[in-house]
Design a protein around this ligand. Structure first.
Ligand code: GLA
Length: 749
């Protein structure tokens, strides 16, 4: 049993393979949080809660005269209230009929059952491996007539606990939910560092580590998406923790819209983490008896460093978030025409790219922006999802047939949630755009947001998109989303419900995605938001892969993919080889290096393959066959960050099969120095006793061959024990050219 209720002590203990989480129902029926961390016994750990009478920290009426040490202001709790004596960041705030917002939750019962709860209309982890149990813990505020049901999904083998919350209006009059967090996690006395991930367009997910000091530390998004500006995730760890030692907690939100993550270290050094929908643009009316479902969050813990924590999340996202046939099947190596042609193409050009690519082993051609409506630049046409037959020179059915006749699958780009002012859709339905009456809207890439909180808008998109997918037998959709939302107003909602627009917009987007997957169960959807601007586990429930960044420079990608790897698995990260000089940075890099970096993602190409030389085409062919050979290790193996791109001259990362049979070590020199010191690495995840060979995957066309001594180390024949490779380690061969990349295959013999 992974969930234990001790009736006598009134504790509920959640056990995973390597972690324990405990709560305790106390004498006032407050549900206290007593522990989350390394696996331990089922003792009542509430003894660790320090209680003394503290000035300015009041006491609940029922105990004030008996025990002044009892204060909601200092007790660690499972779900904090508002305005009733706990002055820290709060989990929930509800406007009642009398104008007050007070909330105080108390235990009212619980249920434990096998399997995993689900959440209506929202993405959530699922269990098809017989791993999960659910705890549904009911808390009530009987004075305010509000119920909160806290859901815990305990995935024992996966070492993960998921959380979600349902809020119910039990009262006789409407209430407005102003804040409802999905997670409230109190740490008792732990000294912590926090790692968050900031970014911007083309620079997503840069890790930043800082000590959690007193006060409130907060990140979030009010942009209508999870955003590249802050990833909806956090790692909390021991100040001494590193990749391979120390305590590390990982928390990530299964939600793609506005979020707020607050971390408060309080006056007695307890730390509270609160994560949920961002309250700024949120006000949700609940009529009597109505329910609001808050999205899910994923929690994991490792006592063995940040790397193991990352791998717990990777495995979990791969197996319990990503769904459908593409969860386990090998994803196609694709070529996308965006950086190859931009808007400048016709049907013949597309077919010639597909044909050239097919001969080299590419498995899918993706037609990017510009195939529909009036769309020869990014100022018009969004919303008119009708193929531009004049530009294509044929119908979309015919184009689909011609592309497929070259031997590849066919994918196509949409930006469903946007509309151009210069489009038939906008001219016909100006009220379908998100704009505030009487205010000129902010434009971004000259586009407006389509109001997906409206069912008629959702139905329009489902119809247009399905028609195209059906007609051209589309195998893959790139679902793009290229702006942040502001000027929020839905022409279909009454004024008192405008605070619901943003979340309803997200629910609408999820509904359209679900409808497409229901009608086309084999469809592979790749998410995108000007690159990795909506890169979260919520999208991954529908889109098994997401374009990692519009920045395709492999040296920049080292940092982006490094940051991404803390939370998200390689199998979700769209990554392509593009032309050199790079279109975002102008940097010139070797083709083999570009291949190595793109292979640490869902591999593909994004360039005009017709323009490549014969040698370059040979190298493309070689890369694709290497990728196919190494696929299972790359996409499903454990991931290890062996050096960081931020303070080394060489970024080294490794993927190793879970059973240790094979590992791939990738290294890219991102700075050159004369007479360089060797870069040493110790491999991870091998079997100590097993014997391995090391093989260098060499690209033809190196400027100078390796010297024979170095060559001999990686000859693919000499045997090394797993223990030696993990303890003594080895050096990365020196570079022979700028931005040299190496790929070393370590195989059990
Ligand atoms: C966004 C995407 C790109 C490309 C363009 C097309 O920027 O991130 O990959 O699809 O839109 O307009």
């Amino acid at each position: 049993m992974s969930i234990l209720y001790n009736e006598e002590k009134r504790t509920i203990t959640l056990q995973t393979r390597n972690s324990t989480y405990q709560m305790k129902i106390d004498e006032l029926n407050t549900v206290l949080h007593t522990y989350y961390g390394e696996k331990t016994a089922d003792d009542d750990m509430s003894y660790a809660i320090h209680r003394i009478d503290r000035g300015l920290s009041g006491n609940p009426a029922e105990i004030a005269k008996i025990d002044r040490s009892y204060s909601l202001d200092t007790l660690p709790q499972e779900y904090s209230g508002f305005g009733t004596g706990d002055y820290r960041v709060t989990a929930a705030r509800v406007l009642h009929g009398d104008g007050t917002q007070a909330l105080r939750f108390r235990y009212a019962g619980h249920e434990i059952y096998p399997g995993k709860y689900s959440i209506p209309g929202l993405p959530a982890a699922y269990d098809d491996a017989d791993d999960a149990m659910t705890l549904a813990l009911t808390l009530k505020d009987t004075e305010a007539n509000v119920t909160a049901i806290l859901y815990y999904g305990v995935f024992e083998k996966a070492d993960v606990i998921t959380r979600a919350v349902k809020l119910i209006n039990d009262g006789p009059e409407p209430k407005v939910v102003n804040k409802v967090a999905s997670v409230n996690l109190d740490f008792i006395g732990d000294d912590l560092d926090m790692i968050t991930f900031y970014g911007r367009w083309a620079r997503e997910r840069t890790p930043e580590r800082e000590h959690v000091t007193h006060g409130i530390h907060s990140i979030g998004s009010v942009r209508g998406s999870s955003s590249p500006h802050y990833s909806p995730s956090v790692i909390l760890c021991d100040p001494t923790a590193d990749e391979f030692t120390g305590s590390a907690y990982g928390v990530t939100f299964v939600y793609s819209c506005e979020f707020e993550l607050e971390i408060e270290k309080d006056m007695i050094n307890n730390t509270r983490l609160v994560l949920g929908i961002h309250p700024d643009n949120f006000a949700w009316t609940l009529q009597p008896g109505e329910v609001f479902d808050a999205p899910e969050a994923i929690l994991t813990y490792s006592a063995n460093g940040i790397s193991e924590m990352s791998n717990n999340l990777h495995r979990f996202i791969r197996k319990h978030i990503v769904r459908g046939p593409w969860r386990d099947a090998r994803r196609p190596v694709l070529i996308n025409n965006w950086e190859g042609t931009y808007f400048n193409f016709d049907g013949d050009k597309l077919v010639s790219i597909a044909a050239d690519a097919a001969t080299l082993g590419v498995e899918m051609f993706v037609l990017d922006d510009g195939w529909f409506g009036k769309r020869d630049d990014d100022n018009s046409g969004l919303g008119d999802w009708f193929p531009n037959e004049k530009k294509l020179g044929c119908t979309i059915e015919e184009l689909g047939k011609r592309i497929k006749a070259t031997g590849v699958k066919f994918g196509i780009w949409f930006e469903p949630e946007a509309v151009s002012e210069d489009s038939d859709l906008y001219r016909t339905h100006p009220d379908w755009a998100v704009t505030i009456p009487g205010r000129k809207p902010n434009l971004s890439r000259n586009e407006l947001i389509l109001d997906l909180s409206r069912v008629d808008v959702q139905d329009y998109l489902i119809k247009c998109m399905s028609d195209v997918i059906r007609a051209a037998q589309i195998d893959y959709v790139k679902w793009d989303y290229n702006r942040s939302i502001c000027d929020k107003y839905s022409h279909a909602l009454p004024k008192e419900r405008q605070g619901e627009m943003t979340h309803r917009f997200m629910l609408g987007t999820y509904r359209v995605l679900e409808a497409l997957l229901t009608e086309f169960p084999d469809l592979l959807i790749e998410g995108c938001s000007s690159g990795g601007g909506r890169f979260d586990a919520g999208m991954m429930y529908y889109t098994p892969q997401i374009w990692g960044s519009d920045d395709t420079d492999p040296i920049e990608r080292l940092e982006i993919q490094y940051g991404t790897s803390f939370i998200y698995p390689v199998s979700t990260v769209g990554s392509h080889v593009s032309a050199t000089p790079n279109h975002q940075t102008g940097r010139v890099t070797p083709l083999d290096t570009r291949g190595i970096v793109a292979m640490s993602g869902t591999f593909g190409y994004e360039l005009d393959i017709n323009k490549m030389s014969a040698e370059e085409k040979d190298e493309v062919q070689r890369q694709i066959s290497v990728f196919k050979e190494l696929y299972s290790t790359i996409q499903y193996g454990n991931y290890y960050r062996l050096t960081t791109p931020f303070d080394h001259t060489c970024t080294v990362w490794e993927m190793a099969d879970e059973d240790g049979a094979r590992a791939v070590v990738n290294a890219v020199y991102h700075a050159v120095r004369a007479n360089p010191a060797p870069v040493f690495v110790k491999v991870k995840g091998l079997k100590k006793e097993a014997k391995y060979t090391m093989r260098l995957m060499e690209a033809p066309g190196l400027m100078y061959p390796l010297d024979t001594r170095q060559q001999a180390v990686f000859d693919g024949e000499t045997l090394y024990s797993g223990q030696t490779l993990m303890t003594r380690g080895f050096y990365i061969p020196a570079y022979r050219k700028e931005y040299q990349g190496w790929q070393i295959i370590i195989e059990e013999k």
